[in-house]
Design a protein around this ligand. Structure first.
Ligand code: PLP
Length: 387
């Protein structure tokens, strides 16, 4: 068996993430690869296309190549290489920074830890473009488009953060963006993509998903690519190969006893990916705790599960979901601000409320990660209103 840089291998057919999800699951469970990829003298894959695409889609840097049985550990295949960054933090461009500036920090919160349960905040505002978790899908989606074209226009509906991330990544490839926002979008969602050169369309829609059909038809009319973060599997894949792996790696290095992850849902891209990854990693007893806005409540960036989320419906089994009001979410923002001196965004606050609701009805003990999608500095108007 030889370990070959994955970019050297050539294929005649692309497999989707759904074609190889079981293989990805077994790599995460076994923490190894046990099947060889067979190639000819020009590195064209003859057998093992499923392993190849599983390794590509999970972001491994090397592939085990040979004719007989193989055994390669996660270290052998460079499983964590794409998320272990550069200690000097010197980058050749802003895109390079977004790609190699990982992992984002994992910080223990005094405000929510009591020794029995330790709550670790994954601070996603440390992504450089949108100061949010949405840089991850934007980088994955735009890189895929840019591999076949270096100009043109792409567009999508966004609650605020994804439009910024999409525009920031697209401009690196001379690709223009059209960003459609709902009525209640926060001001930063309108101003920042405009500053970056996007065409921003402020609609009167209640929810971001309500804009999708308009974007679809205008994409045909005006001739742009609708990237559709709500159904684009590269969104789910981005979180599987970066966010999930980072948490796994950080827990390993810090000797954490991970028993659960809490988060909030918009497209459900990040929480579905975490659910899939950690159920495979630790088994079905691993807890996934979700926050959704209580009926009639608006919390920026998130929505209720029954409004339809493809990945949550397809793969996310065994999660607990809690309703959270905006008032409760902002109380959690205040609690973290006043005990830890960190200003988290309202969806991060909602996540902590859902987590506390779960803890109060269970006997869970150990380390729990709370995903904090963005920073509270974007929501000062909203925070001030509720002070
Ligand atoms: N929180 C904020 C602030 C967001 O902007 C979003 C998505 O736009 C989410 C949470 C939900 O993330 P996801 O779309 O991965 O479910």
């Amino acid at each position: 068996m030889k370990l070959i840089p994955i970019d050297k291998l050539r294929y005649d057919r692309e497999l989707s993430i759904w074609d190889v999800l079981d293989v990805i699951g077994s790599i995460i469970r076994d923490r190894s690869v046990r099947v060889c990829i067979e190639v000819d003298e020009s590195y064209v894959i003859k057998r093992g296309l499923e392993i190849y695409w599983a390794l590509r889609r999970i972001g491994a840097s090397k592939a085990p190549v040979g004719f007989s049985e193989c055994y390669a550990t996660l270290d052998d295949i460079g499983f964590y290489d794409n998320i272990t960054g550069d200690t000097h933090r010197v980058y050749s461009s802003s895109l390079d920074f977004a790609l190699r500036g990982l992992p984002t920090p994992l910080v223990k919160l005094r405000s929510y830890s009591d020794g029995k349960v330790n709550v670790w905040a994954k601070l996603e505002w440390y992504n450089p473009f949108s100061l949010s978790i949405k840089d991850r899908p934007a980088v994955n989606i735009v890189s895929s488009i840019a591999s076949s074209r270096r100009e043109g226009i792409i567009g999508d509906a966004s609650s605020a953060n994804f439009g910024i991330a999409l525009t920031a990544v697209a401009l690196q490839f001379n690709i223009k963006t059209r960003v459609y926002l709902p009525r209640r979008a926060e001001e930063f969602g309108l101003v920042v993509p405009s500053l970056m050169g996007a065409d921003v369309i402020h609609t009167d829609a209640e929810l971001t998903v309500d804009i999708i059909s308009r974007v679809k038809s205008e994409a045909v009319e005006l001739g742009f690519i609708h990237v559709d973060q709500f159904t684009n599997d590269l969104n789910f894949e981005a979180h599987l190969k970066t966010l999930a792996k980072e948490i796994d790696y950080q827990a390993l290095k810090a000797n954490l006893k991970l028993v659960g992850i809490a988060g909030s849902i918009g497209t459900s891209g990040h929480m579905s990916a975490l659910n899939f990854y950690f159920k495979n990693r630790y088994g079905n007893e691993f807890k996934i705790i979700l926050a959704q806005p209580a009926r009639g409540e608006h919390i920026p960036g998130i929505r209720r599960s029954e409004t339809g989320m493809i990945w949550l419906a397809m793969i996310a089994r065994g999660y607990e979901i809690f309703d959270v009001t905006l008032g409760e979410a902002i109380d959690a923002v205040k609690r973290v601000a006043s005990k830890d001196g960190l200003l988290i965004g309202p969806s991060g606050g909602a996540t902590l409320v859902a987590l506390e609701k779960y803890i109060s009805k269970s006997s869970i003990e150990g380390d729990i990660v709370a995903i904090i999608p963005d920073t509270g500095y974007k929501y000062l108007r909203l925070l001030k209103e509720k002070l």
